[in-house]
Design a protein around this ligand. Sequence first.
Ligand SMILES: Nc1ncnc2c1ncn2[C@@H]1O[C@H](COP(=O)(O)OP(=O)(O)OP(=O)(O)O)[C@@H](O)[C@H]1O
Ligand SMILES: [Mg+2]
Length: 465
Amino acid sequence: MKFSTKLLLSLLFFSVLSFAVIIISVNQAIDYFSFVTIEKQMMEKADICELSFREILARHDKSESQAQPSDISKSALEALKAAGREVRIYDENLKLLGLAVDGIIINDPSPVIFKESIENALKGNYSYNVINNGLIYFSIPIQDRYYNNVYVFELVEDISYFYDIMNKIRYILFIGAGGFILLMTLSSLYISRKTTKPIKYLLGETEKFSKQQFDHVYLNRKDELGMLAAGLNQMGIQLNDYIQYQKQFVSNVSHELKTPLAAIRGFSQYLFEGENENEELKKVYYHLVNESDRLTKLINELLVLSRFDKATQDLDTERTDLAELIDGITREYRPKAEKKEITLVTKFKKEIFVNVNRILMSHAIANVIDNAIKYSNPKSQITVEAFVQENKVVIKISDQGIGIAQSDIDLVQERFYRAKNSQVANGSGLGLSICKEIIEKFNGHLIIESEIAVGTVVSLIIPLE
Ligand SMILES: Nc1ncnc2c1ncn2[C@@H]1O[C@H](COP(=O)(O)OP(=O)(O)OP(=O)(O)O)[C@@H](O)[C@H]1O
Ligand SMILES: [Mg+2]
């Protein structure tokens, strides 16, 4: 998963989580405080009703005639019938003595009675029940002058408006939550983009470093990322200096060695061809010629590379008949192939013309053919094909040789790298890297496909203008 996606997801996760906690707590708080408010309102109402009820009780106590509970409840109901949406009076035996709805005393034979709530009130406590349709049954104990709970006065109120308000608040809260999450998503996106942008830039620059492109690395910020960019820039400068120094060194040494080596090569050839009866000495001279040949080839290749490193202007190119060019190279390499009884086959369907530098292009193709011969088994076949595919020219050299391990395929294109199984032939590990650089000069690229002990196919691909 990408760093920016990870950052975005964690930012979103934590903000949604914290907001969910806030929503749940606010929801709970709304529930709690609304009930506290309702309870308070009901208590205040209850206090007034209780006072009035006790006044009626006191009045009946003062009158000489013995008052019946039904008379008392009647007077109380008459006085308090409009105190609530519904008003009820119970005696101490939970018997309903009277009931009024919307200020009118009525005779309801089977009303809903919350026995537990009434029993609780008879113990001297306020008690209430809320039912689904938003009605609250609030029971108030009424004491006589001896502080006995003799009646229960019950107020029924419609508190559905309160639920409506609570639901509206919740609705607003959830809309707010939706907006918040949207805002968080957008800001997380923005933050993750903004944070990863400089990281992506630094990543791109380090990738360029690996291709030996040392551009100036700079971030206009004073934090750790700015410091990292400055550090990378410094590292790039040092690396570039080091590589340039190394290349210059190799180039100078190659130049210095070229002349003495030519002399050594000339003298050893002279000695080898001279009249000498001593077989042992002949072998030594032969070896000297071979070794100086090898060294000359190495020096020449190093000089080609150093010329590439220094080259700033474009190459001279000319319209070249590819079939003719390849024929020339294969003619040159046929004797070497024949020594190993290798058949060198060429396949061209039609004339192909490309705009290249003839010398460099032959150098590149020759290097690959040279490899194919060097790393092939005797009595095998090498095929050199050239064809046009999707506006590109493909030169394909296939052999039936020792092959290259998958892990080595990218590395063999680097300077001085030789695969683990390459001891079968001499070499300095420069041929393919030169070939690659030449092909890249023509805006092309190299594809190497290979299987150990089966063979190798090297394709040189260059675009047709
Ligand atoms: N056709 C091939 N079959 C098997 N291995 C190959 C083939 N071509 C290249 N290689 C491997 O790739 C390595 C690099 O090839 P390259 O041509 O750069 O160097 P070299 O042949 O060793 O030396 P040089 O070409 O400089 O004389 C070789 O050492 C060899 O291990
Ligand atoms: Mg080679």
